[in-house]
Ligand binder design. Structure first.
Ligand SMILES: Cc1cc2nc3c(=O)[nH]c(=O)nc-3n(C[C@H](O)[C@H](O)[C@H](O)COP(=O)(O)O)c2cc1C
Ligand SMILES: *[C@@H]1O[C@H](CO)[C@@H](O)[C@H](O)[C@H]1NC(C)=O
Ligand SMILES: *[C@@H]1O[C@H](CO)[C@@H](O)[C@H](O)[C@H]1NC(C)=O
Ligand SMILES: CC(=O)N[C@H]1CO[C@H](CO)[C@@H](O)[C@@H]1O
Length: 409
């Protein structure tokens, strides 16, 4: 090695040593990001399985650094140290609950869990479109079923102390051949609700053609009220039951959105998760290798459409129903845009799968910086800010002008 480049290498190593001494956990995060690059060479499902395995074995880094104070927020009477959580489908079987929280999320949503275990669709069923920052999946809800998952969540709740640092959401599904979805959700509620900090049911169906709007609304109301009744019939020993959230698709008609908002307000649904993956294929995605695969598209191309639906749902529910914003979040600026559009909490999945756990801290720090930049004292203050004209706060750049036009008209 030439002396000059040798000196440069020594300098670089010394620099890194100083850098990591200041912040040793960063080394683990960077290492896991590098590991993530290798794992990316494997197929989508194998790398997902390896990720879960590493989490189960405790090989994932813990991020014990405190979250910025400004990110602290209270929803459903629960304190979240950051509004950023892990979305459903990553830990389908509740095998890595504590580990997801240790990675730096303030909440993790397991599932979807169906009454009986089911194998899902034939492989391959996960496709990474790395250049588009996207994933297409058609897993078909492979999972261990409510009994196996029930044992795991019971163990988790038994181990954690009286002042939990993170929260557990349980996403309930229906078996493939079940026609009465409410019946399956009720089984999930009966078995899993006692261990959940919140529950999610999915009403992600793209509109059934020919179904009259009112019928759609009636059916949805009947589904949701059966699930609420089942939950409220359990013995909560004077404690409030876990909030029930409904998760929706981004591919909804205006009528669908009005129906869902009306039902949520009428029945007192405690939250909405917006949104699931999309069955749409933007032309730039369809043109990529794998881009035409069937399934749900997540990641970067989902950011705009899911945020638009979030904005609509906040407006239609008049800001009265807490919303969890999910879809394409890979930066703090994007998490901030979801908050301004109306999200009280934010989740991510695909950016974690593509970039590794370093993305979690990045999103949190950037979100804190966005809030400070625009003069917000807390997350709660910024929730729905795009909908309020005439504040001191600068409208965000992501705010489309037509929206302001309608708000101010
Ligand atoms: C591989 C994969 C599996 C998923 N499985 C589920 C699931 O079982 N239940 C569910 O409600 N959402 C599931 N989702 C959807 C995510 O929870 C989330 O709504 C969606 O991916 C958008 O967020 P993202 O762009 O940050 O990934 C899954 C997503 C992916 C990529
Ligand atoms: C979500 O709801 C849709 C529409 O009812 C259904 O087709 C799909 O199978 C559901 N998914 C799960 C996991 O229950
Ligand atoms: C989400 O959307 C996909 C298609 O994009 C659909 O198959 C699935 O049933 C929906 N629901 C859930 C809970 O993922
Ligand atoms: C409630 C219930 O068990 N529903 C269905 C779950 O899935 C299996 C297999 O697909 C069906 O046989 C059940 O009826």
């Amino acid at each position: 090695m030439k002396p000059k480049s040798y000196a440069r290498s020594v300098g670089a190593v010394a620099g890194l040593a100083v850098h990591y001494r200041k912040d040793p956990t960063q080394l683990l995060f960077d290492a896991s990001t590098q590991a993530g690059r290798v794992v990316r060479l494997l197929d989508g499902e194998t790398s997902h399985e390896l990720g879960i395995l590493a989490m189960k074995l405790g090989l994932m880094p813990k991020d014990s650094r405190p979250d910025p104070e400004i990110l602290k927020t209270t929803v459903w009477g629960k304190m979240f140290s950051t509004p950023v959580g892990l979305a459903a489908g990553f830990d389908k079987n509740g095998e890595a609950i504590q580990c997801a929280l240790d990675l730096g999320f303030s909440f993790t949503e397991i599932g979807s869990v169906t009454p009986l275990p089911q194998p899902g669709n034939p492989k391959p069923r996960v496709f990474r479109l790395v250049d588009a920052g996207a994933v297409i999946n058609r897993y078909g809800f492979n999972n261990d079923g409510v009994d196996a998952v029930g044992q795991r969540v019971k163990d988790f709740q038994a181990r954690r102390g009286p002042n939990p640092k993170g929260w557990l959401g349980i996403n309930l599904g229906k078996n493939k051949t079940t026609e009465d979805a409410a019946a399956d959700y009720c089984i999930g509620v009966a078995k899993l609700a006692p261990f959940a900090d919140y529950l999610v049911i999915n009403v992600s169906s793209p509109n059934t053609p020919g179904l009259r709007a009112l019928q759609g609304r009636k059916q949805l109301a009947s589904l949701v009220s059966r699930v609420l009744q089942q939950r409220d019939a359990l013995d909560w020993a004077g404690q409030p039951p876990p909030p029930l959230l409904i998760k929706i698709a981004p591919d909804l008609t205006a009528q669908d959105k009005e129906d869902i908002a009306a039902v949520a307000l009428d029945l007192g649904v405690e939250g909405l998760i917006v949104s699931n993956t999309t069955i749409e294929r933007p032309p730039e995605v369809a043109a990529l290798p794998g881009g035409a695969e069937a399934g749900g598209l997540s990641g970067a191309p989902l950011f705009e459409p899911s945020t638009a639906v979030l904005r609509d749902m906040y407006r239609l529910t008049r800001g009265q129903v807490p919303i969890v914003g999910v879809g394409g979040v890979a930066t703090g600026e994007q998490a901030y845009a979801k908050v301004r559009a109306g999200a009280s909490l934010v989740q991510l999945y695909t950016s974690l799968a593509l970039e590794g756990p370093a993305v979690i801290r990045k999103v949190k720090l950037e979100l804190a910086a966005c809030l400070e930049r625009d003069g917000f004292a807390s997350v709660a203050e910024a929730v729905g800010a795009d909908h309020r004209g005439g504040t001191d706060h600068e409208p965000s750049k992501s705010n489309s002008s037509w929206f302001w036009y309608f708000q101010r008209a």
